[in-house]
Design a binder for this molecule. Structure first.
Ligand SMILES: [Zn+2]
Length: 130
């Protein structure tokens, strides 16, 4: 007769065996004193272990929630906003001073004494002057 493996006895004691396996183990234990003793020891161990109350509470690590993800997004957005504002401010401060050029157009003296002088007054005559 083949004895039942210890792992199977543990599963049987924990009640996590499939229904057909459970029946086989139960029948075998009823007939086999060796396996019955093993099973009783395992069952006692399991009962003992389950009766122990932990002295220290198990630390609970908070799972990421939607709220914390949102706050992370807000943190990133705030960092990006600070970077943008800082960069924009720096670009304004480091911008070269604007040079104001006031164009001065030399107005040729228009003499209306003759048509030929009037024709000379054309856009290419206009000059910039400091
Ligand atoms: Zn056996």
């Amino acid at each position: 007769m083949k004895h039942i493996h210890e792992d199977t006895l543990v599963k049987y004691a924990l009640g996590i065996l499939k229904a057909d396996e459970k029946d086989d183990v139960r029948i075998h234990i009823e007939r086999c004193g060796n396996c019955r003793d093993k099973y009783k020891k395992i069952e006692g161990d399991i009962r003992f272990l389950s009766s122990i109350k932990p002295i220290l509470k198990t630390p609970v690590i908070p799972l990421p929630t939607a709220k914390s993800e949102l706050s992370n997004i807000l943190k990133i957005a705030a960092i990006l906003m600070i970077g943008f504002v800082t960069g924009f401010g720096a670009s304004i401060l480091s911008r070269p001073a604007t040079v104001n050029v006031i164009p001065y157009y030399k107005q040729p003296a228009v003499s209306q004494s003759s048509a030929s002088e009037f024709i000379q007054c054309q856009p290419d005559v206009v000059q910039f002057e400091k």
